[in-house]
Design a protein around this ligand. Structure first.
Ligand SMILES: Nc1ccn([C@@H]2O[C@H](COP(=O)(O)OP(=O)(O)OP(=O)(O)O)[C@@H](O)[C@H]2O)c(=O)n1
Ligand SMILES: C[C@](O)(CO)[C@H](O)COP(=O)(O)O
Length: 236
């Protein structure tokens, strides 16, 4: 029997690094980046649609801030999608709260995908799900580091202290797919032990798991800085 796969989209951030000194930002100073329009559609809607592209995704659960006033409009008309106002102070809290709210069963999978990665190609999501199901193991999309890597000193201006071998280094993306109950337990442990986790895999690593690295895609970059909006519109 096929296992249930639920997508969880953390969308409770404020996008502080992406604030643009534009007219739109002056008119809507509080608008989080996931609601900015890209080619006419809210970024969150595009990220959710990227999840819906795989028919194996049973439902998309979007986790927003309790004070969010934009989500209903941004997701209007999409089927297989619900939103829950249980976002937390950090991304890890948002994902953990979303899992607590869902209360997954054993054998159910969760695919966590940033609202800020609307450029995810359908083939990349398909690769991740195929690999995790084939190996019955959690995994993430990631890309091998393409450039020479330098370690910096802490002075201003920073200087190079070392060239770091990059052969085994990958840049983590989302989606990240895990057995939902195991991820819930791992995030709870991380919280209790005060570990800072910036992605799901790092919580699982702390529990001794070695998640799969599945080839990601450069178009799936995270919209973080003001100039990323334009770059992404070109890709889309
Ligand atoms: N408390 C938080 C913080 C972040 N996120 C989500 O996590 C994803 C990746 O985070 P990031 O790009 O860092 O978003 P922000 O925290 O919004 O950005 P910034 O750090 O620039 O404020 C985004 O979809 C964001 O909405 C979340 O759900 N809850
Ligand atoms: C989950 C993530 O997108 C993987 O690259 C990333 O860790 C989010 O990190 P940020 O610290 O919120 O930018």
């Amino acid at each position: 029997m096929s296992k249930k796969i639920i997508a969880l989209v953390p969308a409770a951030g404020i996008g502080a690094r992406a604030r643009r000194p534009s007219t739109a930002a002056i008119l809507k100073p509080d608008l989080p980046k996931q609601y900015e329009l890209l080619n006419g559609l809210p970024m969150l809607r595009l990220s959710v649609m990227a999840m819906l592209a795989d028919p194996r995704i049973h439902q998309v659960r979007v986790i927003v801030s309790p004070t969010d006033t934009w989500v209903e409009r941004a997701l209007a008309g999409l089927e297989r999608v619900i939103w829950r106002p249980v976002g937390g102070a950090t991304r890890a809290d948002t994902v953990y709260n979303g899992l607590q709210d869902w209360q997954p069963q054993e054998d159910e999978w969760v695919v966590v995908h940033d609202a800020a990665r609307p450029g995810l190609p359908a083939q990349a999501l398909q690769r991740l799900i195929d690999q995790c199901l084939a190996h019955n193991q959690g995994g993430i999309l990631a890309i091998p580091i393409p450039d020479t890597v330098k370690r910096a000193t802490v002075e201003e201006p920073p200087r190079i202290s070392q060239t770091v071998p990059r052969e085994a280094l990958w840049l983590a993306q989302t989606p990240q797919m895990f057995k939902a109950v195991a991820l819930q337990a791992a995030l709870q442990q991380a919280k209790e032990q005060g570990f800072v986790v910036t992605d799901e895999a790092s919580a699982m690593e702390q529990q001794g798991y070695q998640p799969l690295l599945v080839q990601g895609d450069p178009r799936n970059f995270k919209v973080t800085w003001p100039h990323d909006f334009q770059l992404l519109e070109k890709w889309l």
